[in-house]
Design a protein around this ligand. Sequence first.
Ligand code: TXA
Ligand code: MG
Length: 318
Amino acid sequence: MKTKLLKADQINQAVNLLKDGEIVALPTETVYGLAADALNDHAIAKIFQAKNRPANHPLILHTESYDQINDWAINISEDAKKLAKHFWPGPLTMILQKNNRVSSLITGGLDTVGLRVPDHPVALALIKKLGNGIVAPSANAHKKTSPTKPEHVLKTLDGKIAAIIDGGTCSVGIESTIIDMTKPIPVIVRPGAITAKMIEAVINKTVECPLKHSQKVSGNMEIHYQPDKPLLILSLDAIEKKLATERSVAIMHYSEIVHHKDATYYKMPKNKNEYARVLYQTLYTIDATHVDKIFVEIPPTFAEWSDINDRLSKASWK
Ligand code: TXA
Ligand code: MG
């Protein structure tokens, strides 16, 4: 299959492909997603095939606005409604009890569904024109780094999907926060740009943010988001020591450090949101160079950085 590269004003072509049961990569504010019509099981199956994703990894269902929440979910708590009204459109996915329109292919057999309204004009226009929700995992081969530009999508999915809509670079840069709202105390199962603190301020109660959990989410897998090159998270001292013997390395750092002439340095932002915005892009850039390894300076360990630490630890070599 030849993957078509569509411009942001060619949404109608993408909608027609989706109506024909094809799968199309599209920009969201977090990362590029691989979309299928949420009411077409045949198309949804193509997502799992193109990504090589295990069938028991549920997909997030994206809707156009808060008004569609009742089209897909039932028994929605007052707290969930508050969060949706406050953060949608935006990088927050809520796990809710599903209704019987939601295919078990989407949920991997679970009785819950992950719902979110993406904050991107292209994604929203496409969902509106299609008239149904879309399911969209990140548009990358299973376990690999999520894409924040169309060329990242092509790296692992070229020839496997009908089209990509070019919406430029994603502004958030890492995947949405996922919160399970079916539990008596809401549980953050994947950290993201919307932090526990921001959520707690809206619902006026404490949420759980366990490091390890038993949910079926990407966050549960030991290996995920991996670049092709081995990635190691190290202190600056450990990086210095390794440079005595290792030369062909890329170093992602945010502190000021002395440069060794053989290594390649990538200065990362000290601001967490800016770090998130360029994280995956930097990994894709380094993967395209000739270095053997990636050393990443341990990021700050404050709660605010839990999303960055989560993604990097899963991307790292075990
Ligand atoms: O920012 C995002 O969320 C992006 C963009 C494209 O919207 N999407 C994304 O999808 O990151 P994906 O499939 O790469 O990661 C979604 C995670 C999966 O690991 C899945 O297991 C979890 O959400 N998930 C979806 N539905 C769930 C459910 N009902 N219960 C528990 N986890 C669920
Ligand atoms: Mg993913």
